[in-house]
Design a protein around this ligand. Structure first.
Ligand SMILES: Cc1cn([C@H]2C[C@H](O)[C@@H](COP(=O)(O)OP(=O)(O)OP(=O)(O)O)O2)c(=O)[nH]c1=O
Length: 183
C-alpha cells in the first residue's frame, strides 16, 4: 500500500513528511466553486473528500489523503483570492475581526473513509490600508485562503490564535498523524 497525498501544495507535502517517510503526491484537479447557500463546514468537507476521491478512484488499494482549507468570516466563505483587488477586499474584511479557519482532512482507502474538520479561531489587529497594500504587493496572499499566510509575513496581522497553528497553515499534522494511526 502506498500513501498518496492528493495535493499540489508544497506546504502539505513538507508537513506530511514530518510523520511519513515515504509517500507520493498527486494533484487533485477538482471544481472548487462555492455552491450557493452551502454551509462552510459542508463545503470544506466536500472539497477534501472530492480531492481524495478524485485520486482514490484510480488507486483503490492505496491510502489517499485529501484536504482543504477555508476561511470563514461573518458566515462568508473566503477561498483563494482571484486577483490583487480580491486579496485587498478579503484582508479589509478580516481586519479587526475574529474569524475561523477550517481545514478538512479526508483519508480514503477503497470504501474506508475517515474525515475530520479542524477549526482554529484567528483574531486580526486592525490593519492599515498601507499594510494591506504592501502585503498584497508582495504576492504572498495569492495562493492562500483568506489572502494571508500565518506562516509568513501574514503573521504580523495576527493578534491571537486559538486552536491548531498547522490547521491554519492548511495541514493539521498532529491530527493527521493520529488519523493515520487509526487507519
Ligand atoms: C489561512 C492560510 C491558508 N493557507 C493556504 C493553505 C492552502 O494551501 C490554501 C487554501 O487552498 P486549498 O484549496 O485548501 O489548497 P491548495 O489549492 O493550496 O492545495 P491542494 O492541491 O491540496 O488543493 O491556503 C496558508 O498557507 N496559510 C494560511 O495562514
Amino acid at each position: 500500500m502506498t500513501i498518496i497525498l492528493a495535493s499540489q501544495s508544497p506546504r502539505r507535502k513538507e508537513l506530511l513528511s514530518m510523520v511519513v517517510s515515504e509517500f507520493e503526491t498527486m494533484p487533485a484537479d477538482i471544481d472548487e466553486t462555492v455552491k450557493e447557500g452551502i454551509a462552510p463546514l459542508d463545503y470544506v468537507l466536500e472539497m477534501a473528500q472530492e480531492k481524495a476521491a478524485c485520486i482514490a478512484k484510480n488507486h483503490p488499494d492505496d491510502l489517499v489523503i485529501g484536504s482543504d482549507t477555508t476561511v470563514v468570516v461573518d458566515g462568508m466563505i473566503l477561498g483563494k483570492p482571484v486577483d490583487e483587488a480580491d486579496a485587498k477586499a478579503m484582508l479589509t474584511q478580516l481586519s479587526g475581526t475574529t474569524h475561523h479557519v477550517h481545514t478538512a482532512v479526508c483519508m480514503m482507502k477503497g470504501s474506508d473513509i475517515k474525515s475530520e474538520i479542524i477549526t482554529t479561531e484567528v483574531t486580526f489587529f486592525d490593519l492599515t490600508e498601507r499594510e494591506i497594500e504592501e502585503y498584497v504587493a508582495s504576492g504572498d496572499p495569492m495562493d492562500k485562503a483568506g489572502a494571508y499566510g500565518i506562516q509568513g509575513p501574514g503573521t504580523l496581522f495576527v493578534k491571537a490564535i486559538q486552536g491548531d497553528f498547522y490547521g491554519v497553515v492548511g495541514f493539521p499534522i498532529a491530527y493527521v498523524k493520529r488519523m493515520l494511526a487509526e487507519f
